[in-house]
Design a protein around this ligand. Sequence first.
Ligand SMILES: Nc1ncnc2c1ncn2[C@@H]1O[C@H](COP(=O)(O)OP(=O)(O)OP(=O)(O)O)[C@@H](O)[C@H]1O
Ligand SMILES: Nc1nc2c(ncn2[C@@H]2O[C@H](COP(=O)(O)O)[C@@H](O)[C@H]2O)c(=O)[nH]1
Length: 193
Amino acid sequence: MSKGLLIVLSGPSGVGKGTVCTALRNRERIDNLVYSVSATTRQPRLGEEEGVNYFYKSREQFLDMIENDQLLEHAEYVGNCYGTPREFVEQTINQGKDIILEIEVQGALQVKKTFPQGVFIFLLPPSLDELKDRIKNRGTENDTVIDHRMSVAEEEINMLENYDYAVVNDEIDRACKRIEAIVMAEHCKIPKK
Ligand SMILES: Nc1ncnc2c1ncn2[C@@H]1O[C@H](COP(=O)(O)OP(=O)(O)OP(=O)(O)O)[C@@H](O)[C@H]1O
Ligand SMILES: Nc1nc2c(ncn2[C@@H]2O[C@H](COP(=O)(O)O)[C@@H](O)[C@H]2O)c(=O)[nH]1
């Protein structure tokens, strides 16, 4: 059985990664697509659930996960740690299913080093003004954190050339169609010797 695709979806905070992943899940156009749940030291937001949005960890628990090689990648982002549990990703692709990791750029670059055959997609906002409006309107971060996330966003967008594909999230359905087309094309690729 051939392995599933490891798909990395990055993009600045507030661009709509989570929204697009939820829409992809609901549209059910990609067979056997599994979503990785990250570990984080960030506090849960209102409505977020353990094991659904994240596995919430203390900094000590997170460091233990790193020490025990349980994370495929990890990064510190705006004062909190985030990482991808390794075992679930490996099991999923070994079962021939595709998995999508919704992660920031430092983590994506780590995955690219260890798993260069992954599919690296960067989600772009229509503009930086629209990005700021989306983070503000989400209402989950205070102004200081929003400013910090916006300054990181510009650095992240400058890392675009490390990715295989750029998808603009202007409209959710259109962004989903673009990602579905990428995944379809990746499945049709002829393996190189
Ligand atoms: N295409 C779109 N048009 C308008 N609003 C959008 C679009 N996509 C997402 N949004 C809105 O933008 C806000 C941020 O989206 P979301 O939380 O999915 O971003 P994210 O990239 O996952 O953020 P983070 O990295 O901080 O978790 C949400 O309020 C969402 O409803
Ligand atoms: N390197 C990783 N980045 C991750 C992971 N899970 C989420 N993220 C990214 O962190 C920021 C902030 O997320 P938020 O939920 O606090 O808004 C965002 O860019 C996420 O994509 C991970 O496992 N590794």
